[in-house]
Design a protein around this ligand. Structure first.
Ligand code: 13P
Length: 252
């Protein structure tokens, strides 16, 4: 059975102290109530990872970076490599977020380098895909998203692909308060799973977790997560309010 995953993406928010407090608050509730059926992940800024790892029980909650360098090491000022991320105790890395693609020019070629390094270093990539509003309005969203995957994670070996978590994040739903309907999410997730089956076979398609992201909150999580091909969420804004994030975790 594939895993259910609820991952937070704090983006460029929280000071170190605020981040550690938030992580502790989430950890305390997960410790008390348990989240046995759900893998909980917090995607913190690079600067926070070590302190968050130290502040929580990482048996219960995984920590993700939100990016890693496309090069293994060397003279790349300001970059943080996959090996560095792994050495902090993080187990996951968010790759291909639309904000990285759109604001920092991350192409499929760059993402393939990052994916290879993340996997080599034992990190689990949470790989994002998703279409802009104009593509949704033109009705070509399924082809667009599947093409994003064909250019990237479908290039991996089956063994490596099995380590990937996919996050479908329609750009028009990110930070806008406009959520995809649960039917829109299900439709895309089913299309992604069918494409995975075509590429890697049904067994691998049945095993891959596909998360929904985009204005997910405690009110809509239940409905979205109830869909057959939605295996959890990648949560932005609501992951920075401990109570909201916990309610989303408990939506399962
Ligand atoms: P919001 O939940 O704030 O819309 O962000 C979603 C997202 O981009 C998570 O990666």
């Amino acid at each position: 059975m594939r895993k259910k995953v609820v991952a937070g993406n704090w983006k460029c928010n929280t000071t170190l102290q605020e981040g550690v407090e938030l992580a502790k608050a989430v950890d305390a509730v997960v410790a008390e109530k348990g989240a046995e059926d759900v893998v909980v992940v917090m995607g913190t800024p690079f600067t926070h990872i070590t302190s968050v790892v130290d502040a929580i029980n990482t048996e219960r909650i995984g920590v993700a970076s939100q990016n890693c360098a496309a090069e293994a090491k060397g003279a790349f000022t300001g970059e943080v490599s996959a090996a560095m991320v792994k050495s902090t105790g993080a187990e996951y890395v968010i790759l291909g977020h639309s904000e990285r693609r759109d604001y920092y020019g991350e192409t499929s070629e760059i993402l393939n380098k990052k994916l290879a390094l993340a996997l080599e270093n034992g990190l689990t990539p949470i790989f994002c895909c998703g279409e802009a509003l104009a593509i949704r309005e033109a009705g070509t969203q399924n082809d667009f998203v599947i093409n994003q995957l064909k250019e990237t994670i479908f290039q991996l070996s089956a063994e490596d692909f099995k380590k990937i978590v996919i996050a479908y994040e329609p750009i028009w739903a990110i930070g806008t308060g406009v959520t995809a309907t649960s039917d829109q999410a299900q439709d895309m997730h089913a299309a992604i799973r069918a494409a995975v089956a075509e590429q890697f076979g049904q067994e691998i398609a049945d095993g891959v977790s596909i998360l929904y992201g985009g204005s997910c909150n405690p009110k809509n999580a239940n409905d979205i997560f109830s869909k057959a091909d939605v295996d959890g969420g990648l949560i932005g804004g609501a992951s920075m309010k401990a109570e909201d994030f916990i309610q989303i975790i408990n939506a399962y």
